[in-house]
Design a protein around this ligand. Structure first.
Ligand code: APR
Length: 266
């Protein structure tokens, strides 16, 4: 796919670095594509999760109504051959964390539940998780909470479908399933920050899942510049000021390098 306006990738990286240096309120919006270089599958890419699992299993209704579905979901770590805590940030996450250190980041709005932005060094209060997280598990009846890896140990020890030790209720990871309401505070704050930003950089998202995909559109409608770094097509390609079809890790490392050069930081 041709880069924006026939420009080379390096020219676009330079342009994006200029926009970041000039920006007063930069919002970074990320999807699963920023974590594939950490070994996590995305959803709709060529080897995406939806080529291995049935997205229907990830609907809230099915999870709470069908024990076999809960068994499949809890068995995913084994199927993926790794536990969430084993995944590490990649250069793209570190580049976004570096933008915060340089004082150039208003916030990261992420659809991801892997916690890798925080692991890379972004402050908790700078990361808005629209789709929850896989670090915590909650009882849907009494609200009792456990760290995900603690419950994962029960599953590894032979418990097929973990239940609440307090009340026997259904235990569910904090990630937002299809058909489940998104966290209200996070969604409202993400919209507010998107509408206030002057630059929105989309990294690794197909922008097809709503209402999350509205955030870059709020930025656009409020007059912000839009940059998209994504290997595949997205729902906002037509409106991007800068569109780079390349790997997030490679591009974002070069972008931050150029920003530091412009700020006179080696
Ligand atoms: N660099 C750049 N782009 C990449 C990379 C990479 N290393 N790896 C994958 N991509 C691109 C893919 O081509 C794809 O276009 O990232 C995009 C990821 O899109 P999706 O798989 O649709 O993921 P996402 O946009 O985060 O999905 C949104 O859908 O299933 C739900 O709740 C789930 O949060 C998820 C939401």
């Amino acid at each position: 796919m041709e880069q924006t306006g026939g420009k080379t990738q390096d020219e676009l990286i330079d342009e994006l670095a200029d926009l970041i240096v000039q920006s007063q309120r930069l919002v970074v919006f990320t999807g699963a594509g920023i974590s594939t270089e950490s070994g996590l599958p995305d959803f709709r890419g060529p080897d995406g999760l939806w080529t291995k699992f049935d997205p229907d299993d990830f609907t809230y209704q099915k999870f709470i109504s069908d024990r076999e579905t809960r068994k499949r979901i809890w068995g995913m770590s084994e199927a993926l051959g790794a536990s969430w805590k084993d995944f590490q940030p990649n250069p793209a996450h570190y580049a976004v964390a570096e933008l915060e250190k340089l004082g150039k980041l208003d916030c990261v709005i992420t659809q991801n539940v892997d916690g890798l932005h925080q692991k890379a060094g972004n402050s908790e209060d700078k990361v808005i998780q629209l789709h929850g997280n896989m670090q915590w598990v909650k009882c849907l009846s009494c609200g009792d909470r456990h760290r995900f890896e603690e419950v994962e140990k029960w599953v590894a020890g032979g418990v097929e479908v973990p239940e609440c030790v307090q009340c026997g209720g259904i235990l569910k990871p904090d990630a937002v399933f299809f058909g489940e309401a998104m966290p209200v505070q996070e969604t409202m704050e993400a919209e507010r920050r998107s509408r206030m930003c002057d630059l929105c950089i989309v990294i690794g998202s197909s922008l097809v899942v709503y209402p999350a995909a509205l955030m870059p559109q709020y930025a656009l409608s409020s007059g912000a510049k839009i940059a998209i770094i994504n290997e595949g097509e997205t729902g906002l390609d037509h409106a991007a000021d800068i569109r780079i079809w390349a790997k997030a890790g490679e591009v974002m490392s070069q972008v931050v390098q150029q920003v530091k050069k412009r700020l006179g930081i080696d």
